[in-house]
Design a protein around this ligand. Structure first.
Ligand code: 0RA
Length: 637
């Protein structure tokens, strides 16, 4: 692939496709949502443009500043947006790029970038349309140019501001309250995660973040690219091989792969196309997997580690404990699938397969120590798989996992229509009792769990399905597990985790989320998993009462009561303290309740949280629980 800039790139290459009023009318079409995700998307869109410059090899530094008033600026030392007059629009190229959709210069033929990121690829013009103020500063040809906009409309012509020997672009913008409301704020952790990820994926770029609200400063630079990423992901795991790395430029594009085996049981593979995360996988993943299975089997046979009578190692066996990043950069990525996050380009499958096959075969031959450790781990996984299958078969033979024998403690609903049915997973017998009495038994089922469920991060499937609490849950859900998982058999549209608002409740919730994340990810992806939101307080005075669900809302709500009289503040420590009617009113009645839908908005972050909370190394886990004890309460993976 050629990522080099076309030197004849001028204002004419920028195509004019459509206007911006559509963006303000239907922002969701361009940035997904106007909630907190869409709000942050504005930053991603601007940073993606700077990253594009870095991928083109013409930008080394990017600096993001979150100012005190919620304004954000993104500065880069790329080529600077061109300022000459644009033939088709009659305006400067800068104004064209900032005011016309898709005019980023990346969509024209025979010029511009060969590779481009950006989730929707709509460009900075969308950010401009959705900002009540935006300022673009360009340093180019020894000069500084500037233009300001309000809701996408230029306030002035492009102004020449003076001289500069620097080059690059600075975009400063303030999201429009009319679109996003006045409640949203940029979340430091979210921005950091994104910038860190982009820095891993763009070898050699330095990304700085300054949060002026708190005076915190961060800097990311990863010499190793995706191999630094793998190293980071495995920081709490015990490695059994070195970090392996290959990058190659082929006619289909640029391929970069890094991997390392650890003592863990799960696989953690993250794939990207043009720096865009592809959680649904696709052709790059398929190519990698088949090359991995083939090379390991070939090596094991050739070196007598697999005997003639032995079965081949399966694709699952060679992925146990594997952490890997696969990043491809190609000129025309096709994003497919439910959430447009699956790479569809068929040519990339063979390209990745060939590149990784050749590399990994040589690697194994030249690194016998790593090779032995890897094959040993895979062979162990194969033996465990056979044992697990035997255990599962015996469990299934006994009928334990079949829908026929619903667990005794499940209080099922009377409806047999999964579309309207809900399952409440409740902590402990006393809360379970309240929930059973308070529910609408027509469509709400209740499954009380006793005590702590098994930590699935540290166990294999055979042990997991032998655990009584988990077995009851799986049978109640009806979907089976592992190879037998079938979402079509799901017995409830919504599965709702209802635990106490204390540390134990948070722990049980996390264990359940880990179980869902690792073994029933489809249920999360398809939006079936929820977290109930019981109230923290009840305020009462005379005949008037009000439930409070967030700590912050308490003071505000107290103002609604008569200040001369005493307000009775009841704090709920556990669900068991509410009577069945209260539990129904506050937490279970679909008309009045609020629930959090569990999403995997950021698989890497989810992995990190689970890993830190559930992994085998004790020290980091302790630290996490201590420093985030409050946050865990509202854990949204
Ligand atoms: C259009 C064409 C060129 C660069 C850019 C846009 C550009 C946009 C942004 C947004 C943030 N930083 C940016 N840096 C560059 C190519 C310019 C050339 O070939 O000289």
């Amino acid at each position: 692939m050629s990522q080099k800039a076309n030197s004849s790139y001028t204002a004419e290459n920028i195509q004019v496709l459509e206007g911006l009023s559509a963006v303000r009318k239907r922002p969701g079409m361009y940035i997904g949502t106007t909630d907190v995700a869409g709000f942050h998307h504005l930053i991603w869109e601007v940073v993606d443009n700077s990253i594009d410059e870095a991928m083109a090899g013409v930008c080394k530094n990017i600096e993001v500043i979150i100012h005190k008033d919620g304004t954000v600026s993104v500065e880069d030392d790329g080529r600077g947006i061109p300022v000459e007059k644009h033939k088709k629009t009659g305006k400067s190229a800068l104004e064209t790029v900032l005011t016309i959709l898709h005019a980023g210069g990346k969509f024209g033929e025979g010029g511009g970038y060969k590779v481009s990121g950006g989730l929707h690829g709509v460009g900075v013009s969308v950010v401009n349309a959705l900002s009540d103020y935006l300022r673009a500063e360009v340093r180019r040809d020894g000069k500084v140019y500037m233009q300001e906009y309000c809701r996408g409309r230029p306030k002035n012509e492009v102004k020449a501001m003076g001289k500069s020997d620097k080059i690059g672009t600075t975009i400063t913008f303030k999201p429009d309250n009319q679109i996003f409301g006045d409640k949203l704020q940029f979340d430091l952790q979210t921005v950091l995660n994104r910038l860190r990820q982009q820095a891993y994926l763009t070898k050699g770029v330095t990304i700085k973040l300054i949060d002026e609200r708190t005076d915190e400063k961060y800097k990311f630079y990863f010499e190793g690219g995706v191999s630094s990423y793998v190293h980071h992901l495995n920081r709490n795991r015990e490695p059994i091989s070195s970090v392996i790395y290959v990058t190659k430029e082929v006619p289909e594009g640029n391929i970069e792969i890094s991997l390392q085996y650890t003592q863990a049981f799960q696989e953690n593979i993250f794939t990207f196309a043009n720096n865009i995360h592809t959680p649904e996988g696709g052709m790059h993943l398929t190519g990698f997997r088949s090359a991995l299975t083939r090379t390991i089997n070939n090596y094991a046979r050739k070196n007598g580690l697999l005997k003639e009578k032995d079965e081949n190692l399966s694709s699952d066996d060679v992925r146990e404990g594997l952490t890997a990043i696969i990043s491809v950069k190609i000129s025309e990525p096709q994003f497919e699938g439910q959430t447009k996050s699956k790479l569809g380009n068929p040519e990339i499958r063979t390209a990745v397969e060939t590149v990784f096959n050749d590399f990994f075969q040589t690697f194994l031959e030249e690194s016998p120590k790593d090779a032995q450790a890897i094959v040993g781990k895979c062979a162990l996984a194969a033996r465990a798989r056979l044992a697990a299958r035997a255990a599962r078969d015996s469990v299934i033979r006994k009928g334990a996992l079949e829908g026929m024998t619903l667990p005794g403690k499940l209080a099922d609903c009377s409806s047999r229509d999964p579309k309207v049915s809900e399952l409440y997973i409740v902590e402990g017998d006393s809360a379970g009792g309240s929930a059973k009495q308070g529910r609408n038994r027509e469509f709400q089922a209740v499954l009380p769990l006793r005590g702590k469920i098994l930590n699935v991060e540290q166990s294999r499937l055979d042990k997991i399905i032998a655990n009584n609490e988990i077995k009851a849950l799986i049978i109640a859900m009806g979907v089976g597990v592992g190879e037998a998982f079938d979402i079509a058999r799901l017995r409830y549209e919504r599965i709702i985790i209802m635990t106490d608002a204390d540390v134990d409740g948070a722990h049980i919730r996390t264990l359940l989320l880990t179980l869902f994340y690792r073994y029933f990810k489809d249920l999360i992806d398809k939006g079936h998993i929820f977290i109930a939101q019981p109230p923290l307080y009840k305020l009462a005075q005379g005949g008037k009462s009000k439930y409070i669900y967030h700590e912050e809302a308490k003071e505000e709500a107290l103002k609604e009561f008569d200040p001369k009289m005493k307000v009775n503040i009841q704090r709920y420590k556990g669900l068991g303290e509410m009577n069945p009617v209260q539990l129904w009113e506050t937490t279970m009645n679909p008309e009045t309740r609020t629930m959090l839908k569990v999403t995997i908005s950021d698989a890497e972050q989810a992995d990190m949280i689970f890993d830190t909370l559930m992994g085998s190394e004790v020290a980091p886990r302790k630290k996490f629980i201590q420093t985030h004890a409050k946050k865990v309460k509202n854990l949204d993976i």
